[in-house]
Ligand binder design. Structure first.
Ligand code: BES
Ligand code: ZN
Length: 616
């Protein structure tokens, strides 16, 4: 019987299409709890037959060539006696594949611009490991090679990686699906003046040789593979947390993120022990395309949250929360992305509440609700569901409504179950499914079993497979924000800027004020700018909200600030809405093209791809 099953699986794999996107093949064998998981439509690999369990990397970092080059040795478990190991690659030059010391004949499939090429390696039932000798392309989409001029210190180059969602395959040949986990180790050779760090046990200082050894003992999915190389210094917060940054930035970073140990305590109190050893932060140069990336043991961060007043540290709460939701219990495919990001956004708000109080966290909830409403208006039908079938699409362009809608759904479950019972449920959930992939149906079934009365009351289906925000969506409350809205209304109705009581507004109140304004005539924008100096704000959230409003108002005095903002940082969340607004008007479009011609080279490939498609 088992034999017959294997033959069927092999037959299914033989008739598999070239594109992972169009695959409708046999389901993969997931680890224990998720045997019903669907095949990942974004991976060519065949983990249902043979699984990668460990990767040993030995790579040289060549800044002149913009290339990583060396070997990846994959230890495999061939349970189905498969005769082929299929891996994901994208833009890799495969020089040689060996098993034992013997070369084997590999096959590299046709290249798809998003999914890359399948790499087929012939194996035997008893094959335990394969070694791939390879090099990356200078265009590898996960990697950004920074000139010294793009760093804070201006003296040394910098390399940073971003593997989520399916970019790990542009620098490591692997089963590039969140449904497969492996441990890893690495030897990384870098110029002597630089330090290398990874999502693994990390060095805290440079060594003479420029050769760094890494070990990652907990199994992780490929999207959490990460590497950065630069002129980095380390500063501890306490015995298990600290921050890496360039020497020019380390002081500001250590001040800004000083609450990290408290966040860790709050998170553990909520949902159980932190399972990853150390938790460190890495502040990157401003071209990093995201706010943060939850690389295990080492969260990667944009420097645009260094506001000087700790006002944007919810980002740390978010990335830390992923150490449970995402890194421990992992979305099985990118269509289940809400299980990572919705859970994490909810958890982020709970940490924020624990540290800074309910009044404060309600403001952040409300900013999210506004964001959700704006997003829903702009999304095509189907894309506002929590579960979104992303087969055939680039998961990096997945709608981000799942962050806020997912968080609101969990808040509804909390309010329906009662906080104590709900927290118990979550703690048990993270414990039970730790280090496993999670699908939407498995989560729903688990919820139905654990909290049947709650499930009956909330209309789960409408949340997961229905449009917009359902009518039972929780409604966060903030008196502070109500006052801000009142001030915005009065000003919009002709009130004077001087009469606004905004001296002591937090940055969140400022953002909310700006977002509560209707499109105003430029002269009225100028009055606000004279009063609050928004165009010069050092807070990136305030500045981006204001610059967006300025484009709506065609408030020309802010355009030099827009140009500065677009050419001094590459965070996609800030770039995208500004470029999207600029292309709507011919005069602004010319401005956008001129600025982008100057800025494009400084953006990470992830941001380049997004802005290219806006300006195409
Ligand atoms: N994991 C995400 C970043 C990500 C998502 C990278 C999808 C690639 C594909 C990270 O945790 C995140 O959500 N970052 C947000 C932070 C915010 C919501 C606090 C960001 O970068 O803006
Ligand atoms: Zn996240």
């Amino acid at each position: 019987m088992k034999r017959l099953f294997c033959i069927l699986l092999l037959a299914a794999s033989a008739c598999r299409n070239e594109q992972p996107s169009t695959a409708t093949q046999a389901p993969p064998q997931q680890q224990a709890a998720t045997s019903a998981a669907q095949r990942d439509p974004h991976s060519y690999s065949n983990p249902d037959q043979v699984r990668v369990e460990h990767i040993a990397l030995d790579l040289g970092v060549d800044f002149a060539k913009k290339q990583l080059s060396g070997t990846a040795t994959l230890r495999i478990r061939n349970e189905a006696n498969a005769n082929t190991l299929v891996l994901d690659t994208n833009g890799l030059t495969i020089r040689r594949v060996t098993i034992g010391n013997a070369p084997v004949q590999h096959r590299l499939g046709a290249a798809d611009p998003i999914f890359g090429s399948r790499l087929e390696i012939p194996i035997r039932p008893d094959t335990q490991s394969v070694t791939i000798d390879y090099a990356t392309s200078p265009e590898a989409r996960a990697l950004q090679w920074l000139e010294p001029s793009m760093t804070a210190g201006k003296k040394h180059p910098f390399l940073l990686s971003q593997s989520q969602a399916i970019l790990a395959r542009t620098w490591v040949p692997c089963q590039d699906t969140p449904g497969v986990r492996f441990t890893y180790d690495a030897t990384i050779r870098v110029p002597r003046t630089l330090l290398a760090v990874m999502s693994a046990e990390n060095p805290q200082a440079r060594n003479e040789e420029g050769v760094y050894q890494f070990r990652m003992p907990q199994p992780v999915p490929s999207y959490l593979l990460a590497l950065a190389v630069g002129d980095l210094e380390f500063r501890p917060f306490d015995t298990r947390t600290g921050v890496y940054a360039e020497p020019e930035v380390i002081e500001r970073a250590a001040f800004e993120f000083a609450d990290t140990p408290k966040m860790m305590q709050a998170a553990e109190r909520l949902y159980g022990p932190y399972r990853w050893g150390r938790y460190d932060l890495l502040v990157l140069p401003p071209s990093f395309p995201y706010g943060g990336m939850e690389n295990p043991r080492l969260t990667f961060l944009t420097p645009t949250v260094l506001a000087g007043d700790r006002s944007l540290v919810a980002l740390i709460a978010h990335e830390l929360a992923h150490s449970w939701s995402g890194n421990l219990v992992t979305n099985a495919t990118w269509s289940d992305f809400w299980l990572n990001e919705g859970f994490t956004t909810y958890f982020e708000h709970r940490i924020t509440e624990a540290l800074y109080g309910r009044e404060y966290s309600e403001m952040l909830w409300l900013l999210d609700v506004r964001e959700a409403q704006d997003e829903i208006e702009a999304l095509p039908p189907g894309d506002e569901h929590l579960y979104v079938n992303l087969a055939g699409r680039d998961p990096d362009e997945a709608p981000s409504i799942v962050y806020e809608k997912g968080a609101l759904f969990l808040r509804l479950l909390e309010e329906t179950a009662g906080r104590e019972r709900w927290d118990q449920f979550l703690r048990a959930y993270f414990e039970k499914f730790a280090f496993q992939p999670m699908t939407t149906p498995i989560f729903v079934n688990h919820l139905k079993t654990a909290l049947p009365d709650v499930v009956q009351k909330v209309n789960i289906d409408q949340w997961i497979h229905g449009p917009g925000l359902p009518p039972n969506a929780p409604k966060p409350q903030s008196e502070a924000f109500a006052r801000v809205e009142q001030q915005a209304k009065t000003f919009a109705a002709g009130g004077s800027a001087a009469a606004i009581e905004g001296e002591r507004w937090s940055s969140h109140e400022r953002v909310h004020f700006i977002q509560s304004l209707p499109a105003l005539p430029p002269a009225r924008m100028a009055e606000l700018d004279a009063r609050f100096r928004f165009s010069e704000s050092g807070n990136s959230e305030v500045l981006s909200a204001w610059l967006e409003k300025s484009i709506d108002a065609r408030y020309k005095e802010a355009y030099p600030a827009i140009e500065r903002f677009l050419t001094s940082q590459g965070r996609r969340k800030f770039l995208r809405p500004i470029y999207e607004k600029l292309v709507k008007n011919p005069e602004d479009l010319a401005f956008a093209r001129r600025v982008y011609a100057r800025a494009r080279n400084t953006y990470h490939p992830v941001s380049q791809a997004t802005i290219d498609s806006i300006l195409k």
